[in-house]
Design a protein around this ligand. Structure first.
Ligand code: PEP
Ligand code: MG
Length: 586
């Protein structure tokens, strides 16, 4: 406690749960490396200093890599392999040495060479390559911190010794993967919205989080005692003893509520009047399959495969991907897994630090656009998925479809890959279902034509909301506009469901609306076939389904389409289901 009075910083509830502890604050920053020239007699010592810093960096990376592999699995650990390889690149190190011999300090020489590589990669504009630039940045900062004793954000997150609450301007998905999860009690970020990928990662890691704090990093000081209330979206700084006591009780209540829900995890998601809904879960990494099963989800409604591509040296090969998909499919079998082809771009894996060259990344080169431009990468992924299609109920889904041509072209690539595989003697499931994310308003409008070429739709409400309401999903300044209950959003969803039904295909929703009890109730009332939520909210959604009447949900959903006040829609739903849920969740 610093003796400062209690204060509250309000943000956006991003991942449920409450945690209390001491804060570490990671403000946005880069190292300032002053220009220092050396005297000739200093050269040998300077080179030795650089070599030592590189050795220290490698040792740290190997240790963190091994810990990460043990605690979180190989796909997270690979990020560090990529970093080690960067440090072993002889050409770059020769460049650095040449500069030191030109009498520049080790810090200045190292920073200049690696910063130049970073910028060159960044300017190539390819999302995948930009991610490599991020790796070089992390390595650069690590070596600089070993040279100068400064700590960079990456090391702070991966070398945590105590349990802490992280308050940061932002955490990229790569930062989130690197941090020592067991040491992080909760986090709060200045930027981001409920469906920014930082928030999605927090939910999948089951870490309470608040995003969109705007000035959290300036309101919280390093070492302050803070409470992160991920249910209500606020951070209490230096709480009074009575506030700590109140929250202590709430943590206990919340824990008993969530464990209570797990008792019903194996029961079916059927309403009191007998309507059943397929309740599945979203994953970002194959290591989350255990959590899907533990929380009683019926398979995986969205596997975001982008993670396989980030933070590594080189692209993942067909064999590696095949092994991953095969293991996921066989673990959830007979339940399905919907493997979404990589959806790079937008806010994914591109930290705002390296502000993207695309002025409008969400309207830019992402999702299927990237896949069709890089058919080599796309085909490798499709081959791996199709080969795994005999190991369980595997379905394929394309992201970001905005036109019929894109879908036809993607299907043509798939057909080509299918023929190739058969020709090579591979066994594949000929009936593997193909679907698309309906996440652009254009896809909703032409849904009837799209439906002729697919087996299912999965509504991507996270993007559909941002494109419909023209409100960036990751920008806290327009978070007040980003409203799932806006009638325009609800009507587009209703329209998609109706077209799917008339076209004889099934329709699910895998955006964050499925993880919100109120939205999930309305979606059920609109006749959605499947809801795919974050694994650990699945029990809560199941509880909602099991205690509701479909007849009531239908009636309320119909009304909601004509009500312009989202607060009123929420109230209508809560009047119907609210009594079953503790108010801290609603
Ligand atoms: C969505 O847009 O709703 C979705 C599920 O995809 P992502 O969040 O990965 O963009
Ligand atoms: Mg999306």
């Amino acid at each position: 406690m610093t003796g400062t009075p209690e204060s509250v910083v309000n943000g956006i509830a991003a991942s449920p749960g409450i945690a209390m502890g001491n804060a570490i604050v990671l403000a946005e920053r880069d190292f300032h490396v002053p220009l220092r020239r050396l005297r000739p007699e200093e050269l040998d010592d300077e080179i030795a200093r650089l070599e030592q810093a590189i050795e220290d960096s490698k040792t740290q990376l190997h240790t963190t890599r091994d810990e990460m592999a043990r605690d979180m699995g190989e796909s997270y650990a690979r990020i560090f392999d990529a970093h080690i390889m960067i440090l072993e690149d002889k050409r770059s190190l020769e460049d650095v040495l040449a500069r030191i011999r030109d009498r520049y300090s080790a810090e200045f020489a190292f920073n200049a060479v690696f910063l130049r590589h970073e910028k060159e990669l960044w300017e190539k504009g390819d999302v995948y390559i930009k991610d490599r630039a991020g790796d070089i940045r992390d390595v650069r900062r690590r070596v600089l911190s070993n040279l100068s004793g400064l700590r960079g954000r990456s090391e702070e997150l991966s070398n945590l010794e105590d349990d802490v609450i992280v308050i940061s301007n932002d955490l990229s998905p790569a930062d989130t993967a690197r941090m020592r999860r067991e040491r992080i009690l909760a986090f709060g970020t200045d930027i981001g919205g409920r469906t920014s990928h930082t928030a999605i990662m927090a939910r999948s890691l089951e870490i309470p989080a608040v995003v969109g704090l705007k000035n959290g990093t300036s309101r919280v000081a390093e070492g302050d005692y803070v409470i992160v209330d991920g249910n209500r979206g606020k951070v209490v700084v230096n709480p009074l003893p009575e506030t700590r006591e109140k929250y202590g009780l709430e943590i206990e209540r919340y824990a008993s509520f969530t464990t209570g829900l797990l008792r019903f995890k194996d029961l079916p998601a059927v309403t009191v009047d007998g309507h059943s809904v397929m309740l599945s879960a979203n994953i970002e990494s194959h290591e989350e399959v255990g959590s899907v099963i533990e929380h009683g989800a019926r398979g995986i409604g969205l596997y975001r495969t982008e993670f396989i591509y980030i933070g590594r040296e080189g692209l993942p090969g067909e064999e590696e991907q095949y092994e991953i998909y095969r293991s996921v499919a066989s673990r959830v079998k007979p339940d399905p897994v919907i493997i979404r082809t990589m959806d790079l771009g937008g806010d994914k894996f591109v930290s705002p630090l390296e502000s993207p060259k695309e002025i409008n990344p969400y309207l830019g080169w992402r999702g299927i656009r990237f896949c069709l431009a890089r058919k080599d990468i796309f085909k490798t992924q499709l081959r791996a998925i199709l080969r795994a299609s005999t190991d369980g109920d595997v379905k394929i889904m394309y992201p970001m479809i905005s036109g019929l041509d894109e879908l036809l072209e993607a299907n043509a690539v798939l057909a080509e890959v299918r023929e190739e595989l058969k020709h090579e003697g591979h066994r594949i499931n000929e009936n593997c279902e193909i679907g698309i994310m309906v996440e652009t308003p254009a896809a909703v409008v032409i849904a009837r034509e799209l439906a002729r070429h697919v087996d299912f739709f999965s509504i991507g409400s996270n993007d559909l909301i941002q494109y419909t309401l023209a409100a960036d999903r990751g920008n806290e300044k327009v978070a007040y506009l980003y409203e799932p209950l806006h009638p325009a959003v609800l009507r587009l969803i209703m329209q998609t469901i109706q077209v799917a039904k008339e076209s004889g295909i099934w329709v699910g929703l895998c955006g964050e609306m499925s993880s919100d009890v109120v939205c999930a109730f309305l979606l059920m009332g609109m006749g959605i076939d499947e809801l795919s939520a974050s694994p650990y909210v699945v029990p809560e959604i199941k509880e909602m389904v099991r205690t509701s009447y479909m007849s009531e949900a239908k009636e309320i959903a119909e009304k909601a389409l004509t009500v312009f006040d989202p607060a009123e829609v929420r109230r209508m739903v809560l009047d119907c289901i609210g009594k079953e849920f503790p108010d801290m969740l609603l």
